[in-house]
Design a protein around this ligand. Structure first.
Ligand code: PGA
Length: 255
């Protein structure tokens, strides 16, 4: 297998430390002494990372992610958390450029690129999110939108930094809506995104980079989506909030 699939739970603004403790203990009891043919990542809110690390920190199959980081190093940026600070939390990954960050918090491709570079400076692995709105897809602008997001977001990365980045393709119209892209739509778009990476970084890197699908992934659709050749795992929101449902997705979707 050239690319190891990666299943990541994006909890968004859900679960403080006490709910995180319940989830982590329950997940621990289900995964202890098991090995998985994939990477498993959990992204709790910042304030719950310590609790998650306390309980899951020694489970080799699970790593933790933050949901965002600052594009700055330190200083007068009230409310922000730097990539360097996240390194102290046993964190390996950081979600960057989620569509909610883009649409609600106004993050531009330029800011997202700066955040990806900051994450790489301290060796955090970005989960770099891209995706089109329904209006963009129906208006025939899918390829243009993704081309801009990929080329601007990954601008200036070395090959090593690129390969430590995971791309998460998440059609905005499928996020939290219960509407999933069909396996065919998802595969076609993933293949297109991989071709964009090939244009920018060469065919070899494009063949190696992992591209997750996200948007209403559930136990019931995971197997079909994950069977697509260019889909290398999932970024899961709503269905990752219950340990069993998250695990069901992994079990159905992992090779
Ligand atoms: P969803 O969210 O699985 O609830 O659609 C996915 C995401 O936003 O990462």
């Amino acid at each position: 297998m050239i690319r190891k699939p990666i299943f990541a739970a994006n909890w968004k603004m859900n679960k403080g430390p006490s709910e995180t403790e319940d989830f982590a203990k329950s997940l621990l009891s289900k995964v202890q002494n098991r090995t998985f043919p994939c990477d498993i990542v959990i992204a709790p809110p910042f304030v719950s990372l310590t609790k998650a690390a306390e309980i899951l920190g020694n489970v080799s199959s699970i790593t933790l992610a933050a949901q965002n980081c600052s594009q700055f190093d330190s200083g007068a940026y009230t409310g922000e958390i730097s990539a360097m600070m996240l390194k102290e939390f046993f964190i390996h990954y950081v979600i960057i450029g989620h569509s909610e960050r883009r649409s609600i918090f106004g993050e531009t491709d330029e800011v997202i690129n700066a955040k990806i570079r900051k994450a790489r400076e301290v060796n955090l692995k970005p989960i770099f999110c891209i995706g089109e709105t329904l209006e963009e897809r129906e208006g025939g602008r899918l390829e243009k939108v993704l081309r801009t997001q990929v080329s601007e977001g990954l601008k200036g990365l070395s090959e090593r930094d690129l390969l430590d980045t995971v791309i998460a393709y998440e059609p905005v119209w499928a996020i939290g809506t219960g509407v999933t892209a069909t396996a065919e739509q998802a595969q076609d778009t993933h293949a297109f995104v991989r071709s964009l990476v090939a244009e920018q970084f060469g065919a070899d890197s494009a063949a190696k980079i992992r591209i997750q699908y996200g948007g209403s992934v559930k136990p019931g659709n995971a197997a079909e989506l994950m069977a697509c050749p260019d889909i290398d795992g999932a970024l899961i929101g709503g269905a990752s909030l219950e340990p069993q449902s998250f695990l069901d997705i992994i079990e159905k979707g992992a090779p």
